[in-house]
Ligand binder design. Structure first.
Ligand code: GRF
Length: 205
């Protein structure tokens, strides 16, 4: 299947998917990387793998709608089957979500529905986790719907919070789990093992 990865930063999750494909763990191909930020390291990772990559900035368009249109156009031009948001910091509008029903995934560094939605991204998630004093955080991979981190959950894995954790140490441990969980979710998709019924995702054996 043809995969597109949307990034806004370092692209370590993009790299995890690249590595999983090279290791033969995902029968799919990344045909396209789109960044909504300029000169991010994730674009270097794409260039190193000679993956077609585009920077599509909201500031280059007079409306967010036109920005969304530009992204949708490229996804269609490349005949993409699965869109992966990986450290992507913008919200895609419903037109794109409708064009890829249960074919857009996102990874979030917490156990949804905790510490997610507006304002909970990147390090802010781990800050809130530490401030709250929860004993367990984790990683969630979900299908994208019109909301922020609200779509049907595909996979989750818990990560223990240690007494001595800092935002950095926790972020690092959570990121390692992301790099394992995302490729697993993508492989299940390529094997046709994900069945969505309403809010629930069933994993077929
Ligand atoms: C990280 O905070 C990660 O937890 C979340 O997005 C941020 C950047 O990820 N998924 P990446 O290294 O750009 O994939």
């Amino acid at each position: 299947i043809k995969i597109a990865v949307l990034i806004s930063g370092g692209g370590s999750n993009l790299q995890a998917i690249i590595n999983a494909i090279k290791a033969g763990k995902i029968n799919g191909e990344i045909k396209l990387v789109i960044s909504d930020k300029k000169d991010v390291y994730g674009l270097e990772r794409a260039k190193k793998e000679e993956i077609h990559n585009f920077t599509i900035l909201q500031s280059d368009f007079s409306t967010k709608k036109q920005w969304n249109q530009a992204i949708l156009q490229v996804l269609e031009d490349y005949k993409i089957d699965l869109v992966l948001l990986a450290g992507f910091m913008s919200i895609l509008d419903k037109e794109i979500v409708k064009a890829f029903p249960n074919a857009i995934m996102n990874i979030h560094p917490s156990l949804i529905p905790s510490f997610c939605g507006k304002g909970y991204y990147g390090k802010k998630v781990h800050q809130a986790v530490l401030e709250y004093g929860v004993k367990l955080t984790g990683v969630s991979v979900h299908f994208v719907d019109e909301g922020a981190d609200t779509g049907p959950i595909i996979l989750q894995e818990a990560v223990k919070v240690k007494q001595e954790d800092t935002v950095e140490s926790l972020a690092q441990r959570v990121l390692k789990v992301e790099h394992k969980l995302y490729p697993k979710a993508v492989q299940l998709f390529t094997q046709g093992k994900l069945k969505v019924e309403g809010r629930k995702v069933f994993i077929l054996e």
